[in-house]
Design a protein around this ligand. Structure first.
Ligand SMILES: [Zn+2]
Length: 577
């Protein structure tokens, strides 16, 4: 940065020492749609006209309560720079606030932190005023968060809400060389008020509908998040600051980012489905004379929807249609209804019949897997998930419910118990219509559903899971034999064979575990392929399974792989008929 510009930005912070009330630099979204202003903007910076000073009293819980090192702390949330244990960019000196370090890159770190704080405080006020809603879960917020994903890559260009530890993370902008060479300019997510409001709305939605089964509710969540950001900022466009004047998503546009009409299709990616939701909401809101009442009606529909954990996007449509007449005049009502019908054609699907549960359970063919995953302790702590996770699942049988519905009997197996459940799938839209226990009771208890979460994911993705599993077995067997794609990326340094006990179809068997120590070739560095250090293959003799690869006459039935950062993944086929 040139010295003249540095001085200009530094002067923004001079006010901290001079007056008792705080003036925080924030990003004003109202000018973000002006492409002229962005022309000369550098990557990860916001043009000066978009920076506004906001006068505020100091946060009501600074340096107290849960996070004694954090200045920007309110009674319901805190905004920390990177993490909540050190590095805070603010400190109080002689009763006034000064930034710790605002030279060089730190000025944008400061602006990001104050911007997220300001917009979150506004958001909490807005929830109270518009929806009479007060969240009850303390929210931790990290700006410019330094975090790595499972494959040890620094996470960038995004922001996320983590319901596990009730936190919001704003990630840094890309510093990718190719990205820069191509002239790509992107801002860190925390500089964008619409991204702050969008992520905060996931936190809001989590209060309203915490235990949804179907991915379509994930799409509703995305659309709802855009919609609430839209109404808070009174702007249908999201992402203008992060993308330097370009639009990430536009709730007022009938075309999506790829130029397609925004119409529902089964199995849509959540943000794509979300764009359909926010369009339907934005367009019907325009037809309403009482916008505030309309907004409350949307939240009311989500709350009623949450009574059914198996709800789908079409159930949401029905609840909205039921309410439209209370906020839209009779003359405009048919227009609003036509909007919903156009974007989400059709009706919700119900389970056609339950007669499959009456048949005796005799499994002609079944398949089961033992899965184990370990991730580095630090990453697990940061993500608020367990570091080690072991899991068994078995598909016992499949029954046709009707032409478009299938029931799958799956078992969740632990050391002591095996609990089978019927999962009814709508094959057309890819939704789960219901999960029943063997006493034919629909599972609705949130705790029980939470326990079944992994099983549900496995059932929904079972086709891809089996494909991925057999694909990996084949690739690793090829690697063992010195051929295939993996052989281009890795070299097998050392091999050893061990006898190991293994349970297969309920019997104790002796299997072989072939351990391979890998050395990656330079190609993995260039292409960013994960640094796999060890691969093991489990093989067993005397199995008549033609679909599995072979090593020295034995069938390969499982693999274990280990990454340099400590991530471990093991999948073993342990039941098959
Ligand atoms: Zn989102």
């Amino acid at each position: 940065m040139k010295p003249t510009k540095l001085l200009a930005v530094l002067s923004l912070f001079g006010v901290f020492n001079a007056i008792a009330a705080l003036e925080l630099p924030i990003v004003d979204y109202r000018l973000a749609d002006n492409s002229e202003l962005w022309k000369k903007a550098k990557a990860d910076e916001v043009p000066a006209p978009l920076i506004a000073m906001n006068r505020t009293n100091r946060p009501n819980n600074s340096y107290s309560s849960l996070f004694p090192k954090s200045f920007l702390q309110e009674s319901m949330f805190t905004v920390c720079y990177q993490n909540c244990s050190n590095n805070d960019l603010f400190k109080v000196k002689n009763g006034s606030v000064t930034t710790l370090d605002y030279r060089g890159n730190h000025q944008w770190n400061v602006i990001e932190q104050t911007n997220v704080y300001f917009w979150l405080a506004s958001y909490f006020r807005f929830l109270d005023e518009r929806f009479y809603f007060k969240p009850d879960q303390y929210l931790k917020v990290f700006t410019n968060r330094d975090i790595k994903d499972e494959s040890n890559k620094k996470m960038r260009n995004n922001a996320f809400f983590n319901p596990q530890d009730v936190s919001l993370s704003f990630l840094p902008a890309s510093k990718n060389l190719l990205f820069k060479l191509l002239g790509g300019k992107i801002n860190r997510s925390g500089l964008d008020p619409s991204v702050v409001a969008h992520e905060a709305s996931h936190y809001f939605f989590h209060h309203l509908f915490p235990n949804a089964v179907n991915q379509e509710i994930g799409g509703l969540n995305e659309g709802f998040a855009d919609y609430v950001a839209n109404i808070l900022l009174q702007n249908p466009k999201v992402g203008l600051v992060m993308l330097q004047g370009k639009t990430l998503r536009d709730s007022s546009s009938v075309l999506d980012g790829k130029g397609n009409m925004k119409v529902y299709a089964p199995n849509m990616e959540v943000h794509d489905l979300g764009e359909r939701v926010s369009l339907a909401l934005w367009k019907s809101r325009e037809l309403s004379l009482d916008k505030n009442e309309f907004d409350r009606m949307v939240v009311d529909a989500v709350v009623e929807l949450s009574e059914n954990p198996y709800a789908t996007i079409h159930d949401f449509k029905v609840l909205m249609m039921k309410r439209l007449s209370s906020v839209i005049s009779a003359q405009r009502l048919s227009l609003a209804e036509a909007n919903f019908e156009l974007i989400f054609p059709g009706n919700p699907v119900k389970v056609d019949n339950l007669s499959f549960m009456l048949k005796p359970i005799r499994a002609e063919s079944f398949i089961g897997f033992k899965i184990r995953q370990d991730i580095p302790t630090k990453l697990a702590e940061e993500m608020g998930v367990p570091a080690s996770d072991a899991f068994n699942f078995t598909i016992i049988k499949m029954e046709k419910v009707s032409a478009t519905q299938t029931a799958i009997l799956v078992a969740d197996e632990t050391k002591t118990t095996t609990t089978p459940y019927w999962v009814v799938l709508d094959n057309t839209r890819g939704n789960i219509l219901g999960i029943y226990d063997l006493s034919r009771k629909l599972v609705k208890n949130p705790d029980e559903l939470e326990k079944l979460e992994k099983l549900i994911t496995q059932v929904k993705n079972s086709a891809e899971f089996v494909k991925d599993f057999t694909g990996k077995l084949k690739s690793f067997t090829d690697l063992h034999n010195g051929k295939g794609d993996f052989n281009i990326a890795y070299r097998v340094n050392r091999k050893s064979v061990n006898q190991v006990p293994l349970t297969f179809n309920g019997r104790e068997e002796t299997a072989q575990r072939i351990d391979m120590e890998l050395k990656r070739r330079v190609l993995t560095l260039i292409l960013g392929i994960p640094d796999i250090t060890h691969v093991s293959l489990y093989t067993m003799p005397n199995l008549n399974l033609t679909s599995l690869p072979e090593i020295e006459g034995q069938k390969v039935i499982g693999y274990k792989l280990q990454l340099a950062n400590g991530t471990l993944m093991e999948v073993i086929l342990d039941k098959l008929n």
